[in-house]
Design a binder for this molecule. Structure first.
Ligand code: 0GY
Length: 308
């Protein structure tokens, strides 16, 4: 019983959608879901003692079923904070993917070269640095820079997750990173502010001035204030996020990625239907050319370089 109690999820966190719709938008052949997670199962892969939330279990088998249901060909599995720097659940999922999944890990400066190489062999191609205060404790910048220097030698990139308002303070650190830098969810803009206002302009400038910076144009369900169609009765899902994501896709078509973010940690207001999330894509990438870059060419170049 004590074991079971240990993994009871954070009570306010919603369960992931058990029966997502079939998307109306047909994904291009070879599409990659470039941001998703596996959680546990906690009895097999325990959650970190330092975690800020306990998720629902979300296994590799469930993730791969969703992949097939939505019409994706591949996944990029991103280490989430609830597993800390214990990458076993993510690596196990990669090893059972038939080569159809790559990973992004979280490591500390104590990680050995042999451990990094083993992760590389399993399909890890990046590390994630998280600056969202509600999710992680502070890690010294010199430790992160040291890790970035080490993984650069493996050809990996750095994924960064931060809140829009924190970009000015983080700018110097981000722009000194020696790798490709992939921003999660457009740096979490406040979509209640204008798309051409100073906060988002700074993010656009960040990408414009630094050709090594990429962005995931994912997580409308996290950023939206208007919400999904089921709540506001509109055809266009998460419409307030559209101008932000569309601007990034059209300005930097060769440096954008998209992912479902399944199983959507920490959502408390509504749990998205993953089929509807896929239907968001043609609102932000309007042409087949932009859609192919976003969903196939860019993630293949970053994660499956050998076969891109
Ligand atoms: C996301 C977003 C969140 C959580 C994490 O690592 C995590 O725990 O990334 C969040 O709460 O915003 O990208 O999955």
């Amino acid at each position: 019983m004590a074991e079971v109690m240990q993994f009871q999820k954070t009570p306010c966190w919603l369960d992931w959608h058990a029966d997502p719709s079939k998307p109306r938008f047909k994904l291009p052949t070879g599409a990659v879901d470039a941001h998703c997670h596996v959680f546990g199962p906690g009895t097999e892969f325990p959650y970190a003692a330092t975690r800020k939330y306990t998720p629902c279990d979300a296994s590799k088998q469930q993730l791969y079923r969703l992949r097939d249901h939505l019409g994706f060909a591949r996944n990029v599995i991103v280490q989430a904070t609830c597993h800390g720097a214990d990458n076993r659940a993510m690596v196990d999922a990669l090893l059972h993917s038939d080569g159809k999944a790559r990973g992004v890990a979280t490591v500390g400066r104590g990680v050995s070269d042999a451990e990094l190489q083993a992760m590389h062999d399993a399909g890890v191609r990046g590390v994630r640095f998280n600056f969202v205060r509600r999710l992680v404790d502070f890690t010294p910048r010199d430790e992160l820079m040291e890790i970035a220097g080490r993984v650069a030698k493996l050809g990996w990139h750095v994924v960064i997750y931060f809140e829009g308002g924190d970009l000015p303070e983080l700018w110097d650190f981000f722009t000194a990173l020696p790798t490709i830098v992939v921003v999660d969810h457009m740096g979490r803009p406040d979509v209640g502010k204008p798309v051409d206002g100073p906060e988002f302009e700074l993010f656009v400038k960040f990408m414009r001035q630094h050709s090594n910076v990429w962005s995931k144009v994912s997580c409308p369900e996290r950023l939206s204030v208007t919400g999904p169609p089921a709540l506001n009765g509109e055809q266009n899902p998460y419409r307030d996020v559209v101008p932000f994501a569309r601007r990034i896709v059209e300005s930097f078509p060769d440096r954008v990625l998209w992912g479902t973010d399944w199983p959507h940690p920490n959502l408390k207001d509504h749990m998205p239907d993953d089929g509807l999330l896929v239907d968001f894509i043609p609102h932000i990438a309007l042409t087949p050319d932009l859609q192919r870059k976003l969903l196939v060419d860019n993630p293949m170049r970053l994660y499956w370089r050998e076969s891109a």
